[in-house]
Design a protein around this ligand. Structure first.
Ligand SMILES: Nc1ncnc2c1ncn2[C@@H]1O[C@H](COP(=O)(O)OP(=O)(O)OP(=O)(O)O)[C@@H](O)[C@H]1O
Ligand SMILES: [Mg+2]
Length: 260
């Protein structure tokens, strides 16, 4: 098992219960989409897996080690992140943005650019080639289109050869056609490099098209978890409809508290 999340809970300081006991195991090589309405806890879950959010209770076991302050730096090196807003450094070239993916987050990366080896630069160029952007290697990030920016974001996430890619709504800021091509790219690089992918999405159609498995979140809980081939659009929408009516919780008082 690559990832095993057990009874993960997170309440923010303002009292928002973002995660209410998440159990999730992910196998090596899976492409898992996490679907759920706004505020359901998708980002909080992803950030807990990467140690960016410290949970109040529960455990995250990744690569056979429990995430803790002492294991986190090492485990984070094994994960790549892809963001909705790309998180590129605007005044740097695509190539330098990809190279930042090789830096340890504790480094002051702006001072590091001249320290990359030839081998690392070649590897970064190779990743740009893989995402179809070799010809933009020396173009500043702020001169790229949204779709191109996300391709750079993916190249940056894979340059360190992670075992797990965490993508938080990677296509929320691009048009539907580009969204499709970005999702294909994520799936294909996952397969090619043997990277497990967990991807937060809002779009049911993209989840059905590209994932191996769909996990549905609502109100900080998992409300379904099934192989994609066993579900369809109507099934998923029905579940959310049921959830909206409080059908999936024994304690209806708690279900009311879901809508924040
Ligand atoms: N830093 C924070 N402090 C307080 N509350 C927070 C914080 N981050 C998230 N929340 C709350 O926790 C809940 C879950 O948020 P989260 O961002 O995980 O949802 P999401 O499913 O990613 O939503 P979206 O689809 O809009 O991105 C929401 O009610 C949100 O307002
Ligand atoms: Mg989110």
């Amino acid at each position: 098992m690559l990832l095993d999340v057990q009874d993960l809970r997170k309440t923010f300081d303002n009292g928002t219960r973002a995660l209410r006991g998440i159990d999730l195991s992910v196998q090596d090589g899976e492409f898992v989409v996490i679907l759920g309405p706004s505020g359901s806890g998708k980002t909080t879950l992803l950030r807990s897996i990467n140690g960016l959010v410290g949970p109040d209770a529960g455990k995250v076991r990744f690569c056979d080690r429990i995430i803790s302050p002492s294991t986190l730096p090492d485990l984070r090196q094994k994960t790549g992140m892809v963001f909705q807003d790309f998180n590129l450094v605007n005044n740097l070239s695509s190539l330098n943005n990809v190279l930042t993916g090789l830096l340890d987050s504790s480094n002051k990366f702006m001072s590091m650019f001249y320290l990359f080896s030839r081998e690392q630069k070649l590897r970064a160029l190779d990743c740009l080639k893989r995402v179809g952007l070799l010809d933009k290697a020396y173009t500043r990030a702020d001169q790229l289109s949204g779709g191109q920016k996300q391709r750079v974001g993916i190249a940056r996430a894979i340059v360190k050869r992670p075992v797990l890619l965490l993508a938080d709504e990677p296509v929320a800021s691009v048009d539907p056609l580009i969204a499709y091509s970005i999702m294909s790219l994520l799936r294909d690089v996952g397969n090619e490099f043997g990277i497990t992918v967990i991807c937060n999405l809002h779009q049911v159609d993209l989840a059905l098209k590209f994932s191996d498995r769909i996990v549905g979140l609502s109100g900080g809980r998992i409300v379904f978890d099934a192989p994609t081939r066993e579900v369809d659009d109507a099934y998923i929408r029905n579940i959310y409809r049921g959830h909206d009516r409080g059908l999936f919780f024994e304690d209806s008082g708690e279900a009311e508290g879901m809508s924040q």
